[in-house]
Design a protein. Structure first.
Length: 150
C-alpha cells in the first residue's frame, strides 16, 4: 500500500508539472499573438495609403502568426494526449487503493459522463480564431499588394 502511495504522489506531481507547462505554452502563444497584432497595428498607424514596403513586413508577420497558431494547436493536442495518458495511469493505480482514496477516478466518473471537461476545446478555438483573423488580413493585404504591383 505504501508503495502505491509513493507512486501515486509521483504521478500527481508529474501531471501538475505538465499542466503548468501547458498553461505556460498558452500564455506564451497568447503573448506572441498579441505582439504580432501590436506590431501590425503600429505599422498601420497613421497610414493613409499603404505602400508595398509596408505590406511585405505585414505579410511576413501574418504568416508568422499563422505558423504560431498551427504550432500552438499541435502543442495543445500533444499535451492533451500526454495528460490523458497520465490520468489513465493514475486511474489504473487508484483501482489498487481504497474507494475513499480514488479521487481522480471519482472526478473522471462524475464529470466526464456529461462530455468533455477542460480548457482544450477553448484553447483550440482561440487558436483557430487567431488563424481566421490572420487569414482574413493576409488575403486582404495580398490583394492590396497585388493591386499596387499591377
Amino acid at each position: 500500500m505504501e508503495n502505491h502511495h509513493f507512486e501515486y504522489e509521483i504521478m500527481i506531481t508529474q501531471v501538475n508539472g505538465l499542466m503548468e507547462r501547458r498553461q505556460n505554452v498558452t500564455t506564451i502563444y497568447l503573448s506572441v499573438n498579441a505582439a504580432i497584432i501590436t506590431v501590425i497595428a503600429f505599422l498601420l498607424q497613421d497610414v493613409q495609403q499603404i505602400t508595398l514596403n509596408q505590406q511585405v513586413p505585414i505579410l511576413l508577420l501574418l504568416l508568422s502568426g499563422l505558423a504560431a497558431c498551427d504550432l500552438w494547436r499541435r502543442l495543445i493536442r500533444d499535451y492533451r494526449k500526454l495528460l490523458n495518458w497520465w490520468y489513465e495511469q493514475i486511474r489504473k493505480l487508484e483501482t489498487k487503493l481504497e474507494n475513499d482514496k480514488q479521487i481522480i477516478t471519482r472526478e473522471y466518473n462524475d464529470l466526464y459522463k456529461y462530455g468533455s471537461v477542460g480548457l482544450t476545446k477553448y484553447e483550440t478555438r482561440l487558436a483557430w480564431l487567431f488563424t481566421i483573423v490572420y487569414l482574413v488580413f493576409l488575403i486582404g493585404t495580398a490583394f492590396t499588394a497585388l493591386s499596387v504591383i499591377f
